[in-house]
Design a protein around this ligand. Structure first.
Ligand SMILES: *[C@@H]1O[C@H](CO)[C@@H](O)[C@H](O)[C@H]1NC(C)=O
Ligand SMILES: *[C@@H]1O[C@H](CO)[C@@H](O)[C@H](O)[C@H]1NC(C)=O
Ligand SMILES: *[C@@H]1O[C@H](CO)[C@@H](O)[C@H](O)[C@H]1NC(C)=O
Ligand SMILES: *[C@@H]1O[C@H](CO)[C@@H](O)[C@H](O)[C@H]1NC(C)=O
Ligand SMILES: *[C@@H]1O[C@H](CO)[C@@H](O)[C@H](O)[C@H]1NC(C)=O
Ligand SMILES: *[C@@H]1O[C@H](CO)[C@@H](O)[C@H](O)[C@H]1NC(C)=O
Ligand SMILES: [Zn+2]
Length: 398
């Protein structure tokens, strides 16, 4: 199997895409399943890629951290690929075995470079502030939802992780958040080595420290946590120097309430930008959302941006965007920001394309990116409202 001369590896698939990794490269390809109504789908795919590239990424980073690309393959290539992938795909998925000649090329966010040793931490931080509708419960959305999930047997243990700790900007509380994620990762925390999962919810928590000790330049959990915290408090492009903290790793007992005394995030830091986007939902009255157009809004949003001549890597344009764009679109951007994952890659040596981290006398490179930035359906707003009401009822019953 090969694409443009490189061997490929089947990774996974959903209803719409098959994801393959191109070996010995730094990118992945999402093949698009074809089922006849291609012209309409192409427009949706194109809009989805533009939404990621020109809305979410510049809003999060202030620069084009990466870009997804639509590529075109020859019909022979795609036919061969479809035949070759057939046997490695799950049986129930094989009913759709025709792929579009158009595919989405995206960087492999779990590695810095395929010829290095790469560790990558994936954090799905969820909603980092107290939603005004929930403040009467004194618990944030994530923590309330844990109670619901326990009741519905979706989780075995309530997580001690509170997003408000991670987004607090206080190193001590951020450390507590990370330790709680290690203790009970659910789907919010994963560690990869060279693209393969080595720690997730199925792993033994006692192994985590050992895994970290094997990561050549870091060798202690303390240093590892310091590195992650400094990257999250940084802007994603600056070099970082770490002085080992004297913090102990004991996890404080969980308190009943989620601390909600504001945050101390530096203005230009990545987490602050993510939080700002998440909070955009606070300005919209969901009762007014009657449109049921699913994804049509993406087209309208992109069109409005073109008409207003808005380029979101420009800070003045960002301001104009927030002031003029339909609050519904802002709520949809917020929904994506609340559900995305942060990918923090660490290489075992420096790489000229990426910023460095220096610990004592050792330097290495890091790369921070964000994944799961595809637009969500308008329906997700209604779903959020329903869940929110359920959580409030649950709280009031107790
Ligand atoms: C899939 O491709 C085959 C071969 O090109 C073609 O005969 C068939 O009609 C296609 N099916 C769909 C659903 O497009
Ligand atoms: C980093 O990893 C690569 C690939 O595993 C290896 O060849 C290289 O020697 C390592 N560099 C250091 C400084 O350990
Ligand atoms: C998870 O819950 C089980 C039983 O409810 C308990 O035995 C176990 O100690 C809990 N684990 C953690 C990490 O809290
Ligand atoms: C990323 O690259 C690594 C190393 O080449 C590979 O093992 C992994 O499957 C790739 N992951 C994705 C999502 O493509
Ligand atoms: C967790 O990691 C194991 C391998 O360590 C893998 O087999 C499993 O699919 C992973 N589960 C999830 C939900 O990612
Ligand atoms: C808060 O709840 C009310 C009543 O359900 C709802 O109308 C409103 O849209 C919610 N606000 C937010 C920001 O979700
Ligand atoms: Zn909380």
């Amino acid at each position: 199997m090969s694409v443009f001369g490189n061997a490929v590896k089947y990774l996974n698939e959903g209803n719409v895409h098959v994801v393959i990794s191109i070996l010995n490269t730094d990118y992945v390809i999402r093949l698009i399943k074809e089922d006849g109504k291609m012209v309409k789908d192409m427009e949706i795919i194109h809009n989805s890629v533009s939404f990621v590239n020109f809305v979410m990424i510049p809003l999060l980073f202030g620069y084009y951290q990466y870009k997804e690309e639509i590529i075109k393959m020859t019909s022979e290539d795609i036919l061969r690929l479809s035949e070759n992938l057939f046997n490695v795909r799950p049986k129930h998925r094989r009913v759709k075995s025709n792929f579009s000649q158009f595919a989405i090329k995206a960087p492999n966010l779990t590695i810095i470079s395929y010829d290095r040793e790469n560790y990558c931490l994936e954090i799905k931080p969820k909603e980092g502030f107290m939603a005004s509708n929930l403040s009467k419960c004194s618990k944030c959305y994530y923590c309330l939802k844990q109670v619901l999930k326990l009741q519905e047997n979706e989780v075995i243990n309530i997580s001690g992780y509170c997003p408000l700790d991670l987004f607090s900007g206080e190193r001590k509380r951020m450390r507590k958040a990370l330790l709680n994620l290690i203790k009970n990762p659910q789907n919010n925390f994963k560690l990869f080595k060279d693209g393969n999962i080595i720690y997730n919810e199925t792993s033994n928590v006692n192994n985590f420290e050992m895994l970290i000790r094997n990561m050549t330049p870091y060798n202690s959990l303390n240093i590892f946590l310091d590195i992650i915290i400094e990257i999250l408090l940084g802007d994603g492009i600056s070099d970082i120097i770490i002085k080992e903290s004297s913090e102990k790793n004991d996890i404080n007992p969980n308190t009943e309430k989620c601390y909600n005394d504001g945050h101390q995030l530096p203005t230009n830091c990545f987490l602050n930008q993510l939080l700002t986007l998440q909070k955009l939902s606070e300005n919209i009255n969901l009762d007014l959302v009657t449109k049921n157009d699913d994804f049509q809004y993406v087209l309208n949003l992109l069109k409005d941006m073109r008409e207003l001549n808005i380029n979101l890597i420009n800070m003045d344009d960002q301001k104009k965007f927030f002031e003029t764009i339909d609050p519904l679109y802002l709520a949809m951007i917020s929904a994506v920001a609340k559900d995305c994952s942060i990918m923090i890659c660490l290489s075992n040596e420096t790489h000229e394309l990426y910023p460095s981290i220096t610990i004592k006398d050792k330097s290495l490179s890091y790369k921070m990116s964000v994944t799961d930035l595809e637009p969500k359906s308008i329906k997700s707003l209604a779903k959020r409202k329903t869940t929110e009401q359920k959580l409030i009822e649950l709280y009031e019953k107790k």
